[in-house]
Design a protein around this ligand. Sequence first.
Ligand code: AMP
Length: 356
Amino acid sequence: MSEPLAPGATIGIIGGGQLGRMLSVAAAQLGYPCHIYAPEESPCATDVAQKHIRGDYEDKATLAAFAAAVDVLTYEFENVPAGPLRALANEKPLHPNLDALELAQDRLSEKDFVAGLGGKPAGYRAVSSLADLETALADMGTPAILKTRRFGYDGKGQVRITDVANAGTAWQEVGEQPAVLESFVDFEKEFSILLVRSANGETRIWDPPENRHQDGILAHSLAPGSGIIADQTASASDLARRIAEKLDYVGVLTCEFFASREGPIFNEMAPRVHNSGHWTIEGAITSQFENHIRAICGLPLGETALTADRIEMHNLVGAEADDWLSWLKKDRAHLHLYAKGEARPGRKMGHVTQLF
Ligand code: AMP
């Protein structure tokens, strides 16, 4: 592979949320300033970055000027339109690459790809009309979940269907757009594999956390996952490794799984650092954020071993962040606030990591 990018080089991050914020902090620690590209007026990543370039994700001229001023490009959320990034990727290295980004933007392609590598997604059918949905429901039965192919996150863009008679309402609820119908998985636990891969193929994987959701939003990650998760870690890690290799992936890759009696069922992947890996900041020798920066700059990867027997990450969603003082009074609890301003319901305002 090519020479590592020496500290002092500038990293361009597309997207200005908390993931960009924590990536910028990790980059700064290693001596790399970050420029943030985001359309908002003052997104939370820009508090801790060297520059904010404000532009729309479709604005090719502003994107080109942003890319010209940095040495390597990455992104912190996967709903960036891939088209305008294509020209940038010819000018500056972009990690993870566009194939990975485009794959992760489409649930159907993602499931086909993973099934092609021997992975096991929940049973699924492509749906592009109400008639398709009715046929798929007749074949697969209920309960099932209808999910939009694109732009879903935190449980948005999906509807649970328990009665075939509700197909019409469900189709309307997802906005009558291309979707996937998935069988409902009777899982015991949910977990994620967090992997980092460098351009020379070096790969490291953290101990997989168990993830618990409330109202479709991640509430807690508990590491290391135990019981059925420990039993299924080897097979899920092996699949994540195959995905990363096939995509010639560089950076952190997250794969979410359901631990079921039929083995690990692949749910979805995110081509980026992930909320279920925030605990790695204090709970692992090297955090997901630092290893992502190391990977995209061509540096050796850091060790991913745990720093405590047991680690719990709690998201502070909406008004939960008002409890910041009581978290600070607890020993071995690390508070992270994202300084986003208004604590709207459902908004991720911060997190706490507790070491035990
Ligand atoms: P997703 O946006 O696909 O990650 O889904 C959000 C959450 O909904 C998951 O973390 C699960 O708790 C639940 N969920 C999604 N798909 C399924 C499924 N096929 N079977 C059971 N639960 C699901």
